[in-house]
Design a protein around this ligand. Structure first.
Ligand code: ADP
Length: 397
């Protein structure tokens, strides 16, 4: 049984076809620069053969058309006929308060997604365009929406209501939603399997540290706290996002720089974070290299990131009354040996004792804590696509 997983970004489209018998992708790829000059499709087969197609791709409909053509190409295609696709799973960024679980897409769900556009103006429109393109090109094949926000809908009001007049929550939906839910859910479920314990008995802190980064406190398999907020801008310093700030900084910069609302939004999302502090790059690999060569601002960006991660771990352990497992996932979490080591330094008061030898891994599912560590430290590569495919299969079977 094959599931197509689609992740439509504002100018990109990531896709995988997953064979649910083996749970492995039989094809995957990425379309970049949709709607811009120099659009390109990079398609990979199960044998890791790469094919690059450069052509004009005006919109998501065209991008999906191109991907589907690639999937059934006579020589290199992963499938013979689109009818082999059993169902389609879409990553949808924002489901507001309407969706605490994945859902089969019908007219009422489409309307609800449109209602959420105000909450996620950059993310939800391409998700909707992707769904509509599939409805047109693969009619009759069931589609499922899997939301980044859904997993965090278990938070209590005391965790998600901001210190604003309550009417702003009622009128505008301003509250903490949290993101990366599919990833936090996947790695926490994997952690329970690795530790051979029921998830209901575990207090987990999951650190999704990529270009976008968030941390979640997961008690008994349910998200109770998370670092991203109303938008993905909140929480940790990230590749290009500022993370949490004194809100007065926003109005102050707008006045001093004469920024419009859109300019300020763009500034906070794409010119700040590790890029802004280091002045070098948003990519943690570049920043680590520069820091090793003695660049002080690169070192400062790494120090802030480590400090932020540590601070959230401490506060989430306080909220849950302890922690049984600490998970590192996503680009930095899975690969940066030094970042994991510095985050876990001096944390034995929480029962966190990293084994520095075991920690020398990249991108593997491993317990990297010392044998006597009260809290397990786990590296778990995230797999949002598989999680989306599993939800899609469960709902459509
Ligand atoms: P996203 O999905 O949010 O774009 P990823 O989870 O792919 O992000 O993570 C990308 C980040 O991971 C980049 O900043 C990259 O530098 C970092 N990264 C990848 N490999 C390493 C590594 N070996 N050491 C340090 N950072 C790494």
């Amino acid at each position: 049984m094959k599931i197509l997983v689609l992740n439509c970004g504002s100018s990109s489209l990531k896709y995988q076809v997953i064979d649910m018998d083996t749970r492995n992708p039989i094809a995957k790829g990425l379309v970049e620069r949709i709607g811009n000059q120099g659009a390109v499709l990079t398609h990979c087969t199960a044998l890791q053969e790469k094919e690059i197609v450069k052509t004009e791709i005006e919109n998501h409909t065209k991008a999906i058309e191109l991907v589907l053509k690639q999937l059934v190409a006579p020589e290199t295609g992963a499938i013979k006929d689109l009818k082999e696709i059993y169902a389609i799973g879409h990553r949808v960024v924002h489901g507001g308060e309407k969706f605490a679980k994945s859902v089969i897409i019908d007219d009422s769900v489409m309307q609800a997604l449109k209602d959420c556009i105000e909450l996620a103006p950059l993310h939800n429109p391409p998700n909707i365009a992707g769904i509509q393109a599939c409805q047109k090109m693969m009619p009759g094949i069931p589609q499922v929406a899997v939301f980044d926000t859904a997993f965090h809908q278990t938070m209590k009001p005391s965790s998600y209501i901001y210190g604003l007049p309550y009417e702003y929550y009622e009128k505008y939906g301003i509250r903490k939603y949290g993101f990366h839910g599919t990833s936090h859910k996947y790695v926490s479920q994997r952690a329970a399997i690795l530790l051979k314990k029921p998830i209901e008995d575990l207090k987990i802190i999951s650190c999704h540290l990529g270009n976008g980064a968030s941390i979640a406190a997961i008690r008994g398999g349910r998200s109770v706290e998370t670092s991203m907020g109303f938008t993905p801008l909140d929480g940790l310093l990230m590749g290009t996002r500022s993370g949490a700030l004194d809100p007065a900084v926003v109005t102050y910069i707008m006045c001093r720089q004469n920024f419009t609302v859109d300019q300020m939004n763009d500034f906070l999302n794409s010119k700040c974070g590790a890029l802004g502090v280091s002045g070098i790059s948003s990519d943690f690999r570049d920043i680590e290299v520069a820091a090793e060569q003695g660049n002080m601002r690169a070192q400062l960006a790494l120090d802030i990131f480590e400090h932020d991660v540590k601070q959230f771990i401490g506060s989430y352990a306080a909220v849950m009354g302890g922690v049984d497992a600490l998970i590192f996932t996503a680009g930095v979490g899975e690969n940066s040996v030094s970042m994991r080591a510095s985050v876990c330094k001096n944390m034995s008061y929480l029962g966190i004792n990293l084994d520095l030898e075991k920690n020398k891994v990249r991108g593997e599912e491993v317990d990297v804590s010392q044998a006597n560590s009260r809290c397990s430290v786990l590296v778990i590569p995230t797999n949002e696509e598989l999680m989306i495919a599993l939800d899609t299969l469960e709902l459509t079977k």
